[in-house]
Design a binder for this molecule. Sequence first.
Ligand code: SF4
Length: 339
Amino acid sequence: MDIPLTPLDHKAFFNPIKELMRTIILVEMGRFTVQNVGFQPAYKRLANEALKGKADLAREMLKECTLCPRLCRVDRTAGETGYCGVEDRPFISSYGPHFGEERPLVGRGGSGTIFMGGCNLGCMFCQNWTISHGSHERDAHYINESELAGLMLGLERAGCHNINIVTPTHQMPMILGALSIAAQMGLGVPLVYNCGGYESLEALRLLEGVVDIYMPDLKYMDAEASGRLSDAPGYPEAAKAALREMHRQVGVLMTDERGVALMGMVVRHLVLPGGLSGTREAMRFLARELSPDTYVNVMDQYRPCYRAGEFPEINRRITGEEFQEALELARRAGLHRFA
Ligand code: SF4
């Protein structure tokens, strides 16, 4: 198309051309891509009062804690702690740009990762056990919500494409409180909720319109295995319900023109020795009950850590054949977007 260099009626030319360019870009970008220009994270589209209101409602849940399916019902605002062992203040281990996460999260600037201390799961093979189950004071420390907001803003200033909260479930109210402060101070990158999948629906519903990218694990599909190895016999049912809710809220993963994640869902599935992670059923669940377009990271990096030595069946790495079989099961289930 010839574009006049000196159009008499600027508007008449400019708008159709802009629309045409937009259409061309969208067609070229494909169906999992959206334009970065003008993109606003979900929490920025909420009025700050609404975000604060959600943080207040979440804080109420701490008074008789039902933030996760353990339903400890302890009063964390009165200094009590439940299974996760964490009070009602942000408890963090470390933070910084991370270049080892999934490619769409890392881009060129890295993922702005904040590792939270403590955990609501009890995995016998946890590779972060010093943070999750270790001596708390040595490996993590308490800060306040303003300080957590400052970390978020600092990571964005460092060029990170997102704020990636690792193991957020048991600290969700404090994260919302910090986010509302950071959003008012200009935070503008997507929020990643990088969790174990053992979530309560009540807590997740508060996150609707706040979280841009959910990144849950799908660890097990068998209650006996999840009970024995993660002290959570209810994990498969809780995780399936949680993943359905996350998918309802944010849909499949969408990236910008550069391939950087903006919204949607990434599911991690760590392949355990001897088929203990239930890969066949897990992949079928993702493809059939969420979408065949679900973005999945089938992970081969299992190694025996923490107390895995007490369980002979998980006291080894997985074989190359086991991993290839897991990938094949994912493809056969109909999935096609892999990390
Ligand atoms: S978040 Fe912690 S205290 Fe609350 S129910 Fe879960 S494990 Fe228990």
